[in-house]
Design a protein around this ligand. Structure first.
Ligand code: GLN
Length: 486
C-alpha cells in the first residue's frame, strides 16, 4: 500500500513500530498534494516547510517513546480554524492576508499531541454554503467526479481526505458542513455534541450552532481525531465540562442491545433521490441484521428546520461578521477617505455574494419590529425540534437517516438558486438546532459512481453510540476501501 493511502490507525502502528517515519509519511503526503491537488483544489495554503519541521520533531518523540496515537500523523485543517503564524482566510478576500497570532484550542491540542499540520483547506466563505463554490478563491472539485461539487462548507477537508492528500482533517459543522461533504466525498465525518469541542479560535459563523469535528477515512480514524480535540476548555464559555471517554475504544459487543429509530417521514421527503433512499434503506437493513431493533419514530418539526435555521444562522452571522470593518485587521479599502464610505466599500469588496446575502437576511431578521416575527419565531421552532428529539430518544438510542437528499450535483447547478442549495440541508440542520451529535458514514454509491452517506444521530454526549453503530456498519458494508481514481 502507498503511504498516502494509509489510515491514521494503520500509520499510527507503523510509526510506533518505527517501520516508517513521520518524515517519509509527510513527504508522501506533500508529493500527493503536488500530484493531484491541481485537479481537486482542496488546499488554500500548503505549509511544506512547517510540516517537515513538525514531522522531524514527531520522529524524535517517537524515538523517545513519548508519542500519542496522533504523533507524526499529517492532518489538514479547514481554513476557519486559527493556526498561529499560518494564514487563515475563511476563504474570504476580507481575511486574505490574515495571520493569526494564536492557535485555536483544537490546533494547540493537536500540536501538543505531535500532529503534523500540512496546510489549510478550502471552504465556502465563512462556512456559508453547501458546495465550496462560494469560496472567495477557488472551486474545490469532488475527487470521485471532477465536474461535481465536493459538498460544503468543509468541501476542501472532505476532498483532501478522499483524495489521500492528508490522513484526516478538521472541519466545522454549523448546519451539516462536516457530514454533508463527508457524504458526497465518501469519507466519514463527525459533528460532535455542541460544547464537546472548544470553539476558541474557530472563526465564528453562528455561535450557537458551530462545532468543530473530524473527517477521516474510517470511523476509528474519526474517533482518534476526536480524542485529540475534545474536552472542556475554559477559553470557550459554551464548552461543557463533561467527562470525555476515549472515543477510539469503540464497543465491539454487537448491536443487539441497540434500538435505532427510523423517521419514516424522511424517506418521503420531497426531493429525496431514489438511489439515496435505496442506499439508506439497505443500510438500515444491514444494521438490523447486525442485531439492532428498528422502530419507527416521528420528528414532526423537521419540516420547519430549514426555515428556522436560515433565520437563526444568518442572524448570528450578521452580528459576528460586524467585526470585519477594515479597522483592526483584514482587508481595508484604502481608497476611501470618509469613515462610513470606508466601511461600506471594505465590506462590499471584501465579502462575496453569499456572505452579503446572509448579512442582509440576518440584519433584517434582527431589526426592530421584525425580531419577534423572525428570530423569535425561529427560536420557538428550535425548541420544538429539541423537544422532538427528546421524545424520540426516550424510545431509541440512535436515529438513522440520509445525510443529503441527492448525491453530489454538478458544479454550478445551484449557483443562481440559493434556495435550492438551502433546501438540500434538510436532513442535517436539525442536529445543529438541537445540539446533538451526528456522523456520516459511507453506505453506497449511485449508479454513476458517486458516494452516498448514512447519517446516525444520538443523544447529547453519546458519540460512543455513533461510533459503535457506524464502526460495525462500516465493517459489514466494506465500502470505505474504494478509492476515487485521480
Ligand atoms: N449549508 C449550511 C449553510 O450554508 C451549513 C453550513 C455549515 O454547516 N457551516 O449555512
Amino acid at each position: 500500500m502507498k503511504l498516502h493511502e494509509l489510515t491514521i490507525e494503520q500509520a499510527g502502528i507503523l510509526l510506533k513500530n518505527r517501520e516508517i517515519s513521520s518524515m517519509e509519511l509527510t513527504r508522501a503526503i506533500l508529493a500527493r498534494i503536488d500530484a493531484v491537488d491541481g485537479q481537486v483544489g482542496a488546499y488554500l495554503t500548503v505549509d511544506a516547510e512547517g510540516a517537515l519541521a513538525q514531522a522531524q520533531a514527531a520522529d524524535l518523540r517517537l524515538a523517545d517513546g513519548e508519542s500519542t496515537p496522533l504523533t507524526g500523523i499529517p492532518l489538514g485543517i479547514k481554513d476557519l480554524i486559527c493556526t498561529h503564524g499560518l494564514r487563515t482566510t475563511c476563504a474570504s478576500k476580507i481575511l486574505e492576508n490574515f495571520i493569526p497570532p494564536y492557535d485555536a484550542t483544537v490546533v494547540a491540542r493537536l500540536k501538543k499531541a505531535g500532529v503534523v499540520i500540512v496546510g489549510k483547506l478550502n471552504m465556502d466563505e465563512f462556512a456559508m454554503g453547501s458546495t465550496t463554490e462560494h469560496s472567495g478563491f477557488q472551486v474545490t472539485r469532488n475527487p470521485w467526479n471532477l465536474d461535481r461539487i465536493p459538498g460544503g462548507s468543509s468541501g476542501g477537508s472532505a476532498a483532501a481526505v478522499a483524495a489521500d492528500m492528508c490522513l484526516g482533517a478538521l472541519g466545522s459543522d454549523t448546519g451539516g458542513s462536516i457530514r454533508q461533504p463527508a457524504s458526497h466525498c465518501g469519507v466519514v465525518g463527525v459533528k460532535p455534541t455542541y460544547g464537546r469541542v472548544s470553539r476558541y479560535g474557530l472563526v465564528a459563523f453562528a455561535s450557537s450552532l458551530d462545532q468543530i469535528g473530524p473527517l477521516g477515512k474510517s470511523v476509528v480514524d474519526c474517533a482518534m481525531m476526536l480524542d485529540g480535540i475534545a474536552g472542556h476548555d475554559p477559553q470557550d464559555a459554551t464548552s461543557i465540562p463533561e467527562p470525555v471517554p476515549t472515543f477510539a475504544h469503540i464497543a465491539t459487543d454487537g448491536l443487539t442491545d441497540v434500538v435505532v429509530g427510523i423517521p419514516k417521514a424522511y424517506s418521503a421527503a420531497k426531493g429525496l433521490d431514489p438511489q439515496v433512499g435505496a442506499a439508506v434503506e439497505r443500510a438500515i437493513k444491514t444494521i438490523g441484521s447486525l442485531g439492532a431493533r428498528c422502530v419507527e419514530v416521528a420528528l414532526p418539526h423537521t419540516d420547519h428546520a430549514v426555515a428556522a435555521y436560515y433565520v437563526i444562522a444568518p442572524s448570528e452571522a450578521s452580528s459576528n461578521l460586524a467585526r470585519y470593518d477594515g479597522v483592526k485587521y483584514g482587508f481595508r479599502d484604502k481608497t476611501q477617505t470618509d469613515l462610513l464610505q470606508m466601511y461600506r466599500s471594505t465590506r462590499s469588496k471584501g465579502f462575496g455574494a453569499e456572505v452579503q446575502r446572509r448579512i442582509i437576511l440576518g440584519t433584517y431578521a434582527l431589526s426592530a419590529g421584525y425580531y419577534d416575527a423572525y428570530y423569535g419565531k425561529a427560536s420557538q421552532i428550535r425548541t420544538l425540534i429539541q423537544n422532538d428529539f427528546k421524545k424520540v430518544f426516550a424510545t431509541c438510542d440512535a436515529i438513522l437517516s440520509p445525510v443529503a437528499p441527492t448525491p453530489a450535483y454538478p458544479i454550478g447547478e445551484t449557483l443562481d438558486d440559493p434556495l435550492a442549495m438551502y433546501l438540500s440541508d434538510v436532513f442535517t440542520l436539525s442536529a445543529n438546532l438541537a445540539g446533538i451529535p451526528g456522523i456520516s458514514v459511507p453506505c453506497g454509491f449511485s449508479d454513476d459512481g458517486l458516494p452516498i452517506g448514512l447519517q446516525i444521530m444520538a443523544r447529547h454526549f453519546n458519540e460512543p453510540m455513533l461510533f459503535k453503530i457506524a464502526r460495525q456498519f462500516e465493517q459489514a458494508a466494506t465500502l470505505t476501501n474504494k478509492k476515487p481514481s485521480l
